[in-house]
Structure formats: C-alpha cells, structure tokens
Design a protein around this ligand. Structure first.
Ligand code: SF4
Length: 362
C-alpha cells in the first residue's frame, strides 16, 4: 500500500468499514488462513472495528500448530540419540509432544540448536563432522524453498552428515480439505500473502471455481486487511466468486518461479498428516529420490513412542475454525504460553496464543 499520512489512513479505514457495513446484510464468516494475519488482526484490533455481523475466524495457518505429535515424537527420539544434533527454528522447542518436548530433552542433555535459516544447520554439519545434524524442516510454501536450496547445496558440497526431517505442508490442499471433508462453513477467505508470494494465485482458484466462494490475497498491514475484507464484502454484494489480489505490490500472479523450481527439483508431493485435519492427500513435500541421502527417515533408523494428542486440548477444532480458543476449558487456566498443553498455544502465530496475548475472551 502506498505510504499514506495518518489522516489518509483513517479516511481509507473509515471508507472500508462503512462500505463493509453497507454491503453485508447478514452474518458472515471469513477465514484468515495465515497465522501472521491472525496476529495482525489482533494487534490492530480489527475484530472490534468490524461490524458485528462480520466474523473473522482463524484457519490452519500456523506451521507449528498443524505439525502433529507424531512428528514431534520422532524429532524427540532423534534428539535422544547421542550422535545427533537437532537444528530447529525456536518455536518448535516448546511444542509438547506426547510425553516430552524438545526443550525437555535439551534440558536432559540433548544437543538441540536453534537456527534462523536452514543454511545455518548446514554450517553446524560442517563444524561437527562426527555428528549427524538433522534439520527440522517444518513450514508452508514460504519456508520450503529455502530448505530445498539447503538440501541442494548439501548435495553440491558433498556434505554427508546433514539430514532433514520434513513436515513441509501445502496450503491449498488444506483449504480444500476444510471445505470438502470437514465441511467447514465460511463465506470467503483471506489468503496468505507470504505463501502466495511463492505460489501465486493459481493454486487457490479452485476456491472460486469449485466452491463458489470469494478469496482475496491479503497483505499484512491493518489497512491491507481492511481493504481485503472490503474486497470480500464487495464480491459477496455483487454475487461474484473470484480470487483477487490485494497484495499486488508483493504477490505476482505466477508467484516466484525460481522458488517453485528449486522445490520441484528437491521435493515430491506426499500425503501429509495435519493436526486437526488428519491425513490429506498430496498436501506435503518429501525429499525426492535424487536427494534421498538427506532424508533422515530413510537413512537414520529411529524408534519413537506411540503418539497421542493431549487430553482435553481442542487445538484440532480451533485449526478448523470450529471453536474459539476460549471454548477450550483449558484456555488460560491449565494452558498458557508458559505452560502450553497444545501446539496452538506455543507459536506466536498460534490462534490460542494470539487470543491469550491480546486478552480476547469472546
Ligand atoms: Fe489446546 Fe491450549 Fe488451545 Fe485448549 S487453549 S485448544 S489446550 S492449545
């Protein structure tokens, strides 16, 4: 969005809010698919600004939240092996597995290092040639190209002690599963701007074509979000269902071709397990045969415990937009960011964490 003065911003926001109110004549639910949107919506108080008839619900857009216990338990089992170093983004440390967490095994002596980029883990592998370094490759389309580039670099540089434990997930199949298998009722989607930078608009076209719902690729400033809700409202008002792009300053229709190429070179589509959504066909990325030497699950044996979800945690329903975090009896009592019971309370992008941080109670 072009730089606006404070006065222009307020005028634009007032315009969008007035028009949304005028065009919407019934209760509607719009789902924001991205955790960064969830946080931005809370931070700017957008839920309170919108007319009551417009409800924003969060979807499965926080990568840490949708990563199931099965994956965490595997990572924990690897971390307990004496010759392994786990390299991970910081968010994963606090996520509870079935009976432990990476933080807990780190306290017991496991070598777990926080990295800010997958490439950092490659350096750790070079610095520790007698250890096996496993990078926890968790994330959506935004992070998978960098992880793919790291695997590609490891092959080029002939690094033999670097591996990935993949849990990469793709956003469009999750939205499709929500609408088909889980029968989630929404009136439109705010699409994840960061994901669309990589994918472009095309993979989301089924939302309009098959489900006749509007969707808007949205930016992350408060005015971007209001403008995107306005665009959804306008489509409903005009009885249109299209995939529109509010975030044109960043998202190109075709996405990032280079990033798509490196992903295709290193990964293959796979069925993936999502917390709350179960197994979704072709919704994940696994390392393909040409790079199989870097696939931890293929080359490093591991035995993990039988995975179970935390009793009482309603994270799965929160991720499908079926319940609000406050409808979970554990919210704010047993489950807080300091003592998270479920993954939705851990990441800053987690819906339960956002509701807790910004004091939302309804
Ligand atoms: Fe799970 Fe905690 Fe959210 Fe309840 S508040 S759904 S226990 S993460």
């Amino acid at each position: 969005m072009a730089t606006l003065t404070a006065k222009q911003t307020k005028q634009a926001a007032d315009f969008f809010l007035k028009e949304i109110d005028r065009m919407i004549d019934r209760p509607v639910r719009f789902m924001e698919v991205c955790g960064t949107h969830t946080v931005a919506i809370f931070r700017a108080g957008i839920r309170q600004l919108l007319p009551e008839k417009v409800e924003l619900v969060s979807g499965p857009g926080c990568p840490v939240c949708v990563t199931p216990n099965d994956y965490l338990d595997t990572a924990i089992a690897y971390a307990r092996q004496k010759d392994v170093i786990i390299a991970t983004f910081g968010d994963m440390l606090k996520v509870p597995g079935t009976t432990s967490s990476l933080n807990a095994v780190k306290a017991e002596g496991a070598d777990i290092r926080v990295v800010y980029s997958p490439l950092d883990s490659l350096q750790i592998a070079k610095d520790n040639p007698t250890k096996k370094v496993i990078f926890l490759a968790v994330g959506f389309e935004t992070t998978s190209p960098t992880a793919a580039a790291t695997i590609f670099t490891a092959k080029q540089q002939n690094i033999k002690n670097f591996y990935v434990l993949t849990a990469h997930k793709l956003t469009p199949p999750a939205i499709k599963a929500l609408l088909s298998e889980h029968n989630v009722k929404v009136d439109g989607f705010l699409l994840p701007g960061h994901v669309c930078v990589i994918t472009g608009r095309k993979p989301f076209e089924f939302i309009a074509q098959d489900y006749h719902l509007p969707a808007v690729v949205a930016g992350f400033e408060p005015l971007d979000i209001l403008a995107s809700v306005y665009m959804l409202a306008k489509q409903l008002y005009e009885h249109r269902a299209q995939i529109e792009n509010q975030y044109k300053r960043v998202v190109k229709d075709e996405g990032n071709i280079q990033a798509q190429k490196i992903m295709q070179m290193v990964y293959k589509l796979s069925d993936a397990n999502w917390r709350g959504l179960g197994k979704i066909e072709n919704s994940g990325l696994d390392v393909n045969e040409a790079f199989a030497d870097f696939d931890a699950l293929k080359v490093l044996p591991v035995e993990k415990e039988i995975s179970k979800d935390a009793p009482g945690c309603r994270c799965g329903e929160v991720l499908r937009g079926l319940v609000k975090p406050t409808q979970c009896p554990l919210f704010g009592k047993v489950c807080t960011p300091m003592h998270a019971v479920g993954s939705c309370m851990v990441s800053v992008e987690g819906t339960c964490a956002a509701w807790y941080k910004y004091g939302a109670r309804t």
